[in-house]
Design a protein around this ligand. Structure first.
Ligand SMILES: [Mg+2]
Length: 360
């Protein structure tokens, strides 16, 4: 049985700001962009969350929800420095640390530098060391796998420590909404609900073929998660947020067939990269630079993430039609894949730095 931790700093950016400016403590604070422009909330203090202010909502809406909201512009250099302190603590415990963002990670502590057999004690000590080093709190989840560990860390926040021992798995997951499943984004959740599948218990009650009819290839994975099964390893070298290649040509490409050949090849390279890492991508981006150096990018996001070479190539080739390649000489082409995820659908968490579970 593996011992996996998910450690997540509480309202990270907002907490750093409150730590460094006493005038912000106990007040509703949102770190993020301009409320008069198109800024969004990157992080909200717990005081602000009580008004319904959440990460990823427009700042203009946040201000309407919470008229006394104090808006602080993000200082990513500062957050990165704190993040480095936190990750240094993680890596002093085990080399098996998988970052999910600046402020959260999975740790496999089955064996650990402290020779501590009880994972809950490892978690408690990590929390204490984080607090000593940064004066900030983290919430930790302890479980036999990544899926459950993440559920656990979100169970009690802030400053939480929740253990899901094997005997308690059933009690924890039975009534969870389908949104809690890793890989179920808002659209898939809506589709499941439309079919009367609201909770993990509902997922398990459905024959696999029924589920396939609703969510396609995601079905088997959802059934595993709904039973609390998740064999994904903690991967210390989680790939970057995107990958791709580009090429500047010695002679401008003028024929459509050359452009298509090059784009097709780069798309297949990107798919091979996803394949090697056993991950999927939702977004394909094509970059075209014309001979006069004007550069355009065109992107296509899929509902479900994929690593299928044909599908990625087809998407990339279709994007050519939205450029002037073939009509204007092209000096550079690039194809890249973004919005990467472990599962065939990008989890909503990827776009919401502060988590998405209803109890976060
Ligand atoms: Mg966090």
């Amino acid at each position: 049985m593996r011992k996996i931790l998910h450690v997540d700093m509480d309202a990270f950016y907002a907490s750093v700001e409150q730590r460094d400016n006493p005038a912000l403590r106990g007040r509703p604070v949102a770190v993020g962009g301009d409320p008069h422009g198109r800024g969004v909330v990157a992080a909200a203090s717990y005081e602000a969350r009580r008004f319904g202010v959440r990460s990823a909502i427009p700042m203009s809406r946040a201000v309407r929800l919470c008229p006394g909201l104090i808006i602080v512009r993000p200082d990513f250099l500062k957050y990165r420095a704190v993040s480095q302190q936190v990750f240094a603590i993680f890596r002093s415990v085990t080399p098996l640390v998988e970052p999910l963002s600046l402020d959260e990670a999975y740790l496999d502590v089955t064996t650990n530098a402290w020779a501590e057999p009880l994972a809950v004690k490892v978690a408690r000590r990590i929390k204490a060391e984080i607090c000593a080093a940064t004066s900030l709190t983290a919430s930790a989840g302890v479980a036999p796998n990544k899926f459950l560990a993440k559920i656990a860390s979100g169970w009690q926040k802030p400053d939480g420590l929740t253990v899901i021992a094997p005997a308690r798995i059933e009690a924890f997951i039975r009534d969870l909404p389908v949104d809690a499943l890793w890989g179920v984004g808002p659209k898939t959740a809506a589709r499941l609900r439309a079919h009367g599948i609201e909770t993990l218990a509902d997922v398990r009650a459905r024959p696999l073929d029924d589920l396939r009819g609703v969510v396609g290839s995601l079905a088997a994975w959802l059934v595993d998660l709904a039973h609390g099964r998740d064999e994904r390893p903690v991967e210390p070298n989680r790939p970057s947020k995107s990958s791709g290649s580009e090429c500047t040509y010695a002679h401008d490409l003028t024929s459509m067939s050359d452009v298509r050949r090059e784009v097709g090849e780069m798309a297949r390279d990107a798919a091979a990269w996803l394949q090697r890492r056993q991950i999927h991508a939702r977004t394909v981006v094509l970059k075209v630079r014309y001979s006069d150096f004007t550069t355009v990018t065109r992107s296509h996001s899929l509902r479900l993430a994929t690593r299928d070479a044909d599908e990625i190539a087809t998407r990339a080739l279709a994007l050519i039609d939205r450029t002037e390649a073939g009509r204007r000489p092209v000096r550079l082409l690039g194809v890249s894949v973004h919005n990467l995820s472990d599962t065939p659908e990008s989890p909503a968490a990827a776009s919401e730095p502060e988590g998405r579970l209803p109890f976060d």
